[in-house]
Design a binder for this molecule. Structure first.
Ligand code: S5P
Length: 271
């Protein structure tokens, strides 16, 4: 079958079985943005100011709320309001990795109450598929308060030097995701995954981190590519952090990443 990443988001929105994926494709198309800001800021005021100023240019706002020193219910309340105001999804980059019973409690309840506000959360399958089954059960339970409004991404590759998430591990991520289409909608990866073996109607979303226009990497092992190269390799959504929020003019930088990411996407779907 034709590679799904060559189809426009509008068509993928119609065909996708998961309501949250549909919503994301639609809002990306409306805003002409496949940009995710990785807002790794360490206080609520900066985090919320970032969401408000960059909100018009992004499809998804990615958080690490455990970095936020004064994180509180109010932070979340305000972030949710901004996600409505600017029409973006919230992705908590929590990288859940534990036995099923533990992650259920970390995701639904606990101090972070992720299920109440994070449209997307990612996880690692280091411990096998029990974590996936547990989270799938949580969000598909008849009494889950946000039915079909929550989904997960599997961390199938990493951008850091020496990453062990390669080869058969990455393949296993694809195999596991295929078993849980009601909750696993895609991957954090550096390229399109599984398309060569894709089953009819399968459409995993690919989020690619390590995107930066000005740098090739940092001193702690991070490795970067540009928005265009990420999209050419199969990224549907590009994730940029310091390249935007640490630049001299974050709004201008966000506009530039948005424009480059979107034009690379258009080039891909029009090829
Ligand atoms: O492989 C990965 C996966 C993730 S989620 N490499 C990454 O860098 N990340 C995250 O993306 C990382 O935790 C950080 O939040 C962001 C990259 O930030 P930047 O400032 O280097 O763009």
């Amino acid at each position: 079958m034709a590679s799904l990443s060559k189809l426009p988001f509008s068509e993928r929105a119609v065909a996708h079985p998961h309501p949250l994926a549909k919503r994301l494709f639609q809002l990306a198309e409306t805003k002409k943005s496949n940009l995710v800001i990785s807002a790794d800021l360490t206080d609520s005021k900066s985090l919320l100011a970032c969401a408000d100023s960059l909100g018009p240019y992004i499809a998804v706002f990615k958080t690490h709320v455990d970095l936020v020193s004064d994180f509180s219910d109010e932070t979340i309340q305000k972030l949710k309001e901004l996600s409505k105001k600017h029409n973006f999804l919230i992705f908590e980059d929590r990288k859940l990795v534990d036995i099923g019973n533990t992650v259920q409690k970390q995701y639904h309840g606990g101090v972070l109450r992720l299920s109440e506000w994070a449209d997307l959360v990612n996880l690692s399958v280091l411990g096998g598929d029990g974590i996936v089954e547990a989270l799938d059960k949580t969000v598909t339970a008849p009494d889950f308060p946000f039915p079909e409004q929550r989904a997960f991404l599997i961390l199938a590759e990493m951008t850091s030097k020496g990453s062990l998430a390669t080869g058969s591990y990455t393949q296993k991520c694809i195999d596991i995701a295929r078993q849980f289409p009601r909750s696993m909608i895609g991957f954090v990866a550096t390229r399109a995954l599984g398309e060569d073996q894709a089953a009819e109607k399968e459409d995993f979303l690919v989020f690619t981190t390590g995107v930066n226009l000005a740098s090739k990497g940092d001193k702690l092992g991070q490795q970067y590519q540009t928005p265009a190269s990420a999209v050419e390799r199969g990224a549907d959504f590009i994730i940029a952090g310091r390249g935007i929020y640490a630049s001299a003019d974050p709004v201008e930088a966000a506009k530039q990443y948005q424009a480059e990411g979107w034009s690379a996407y258009l080039k891909r779907v029009q090829a």
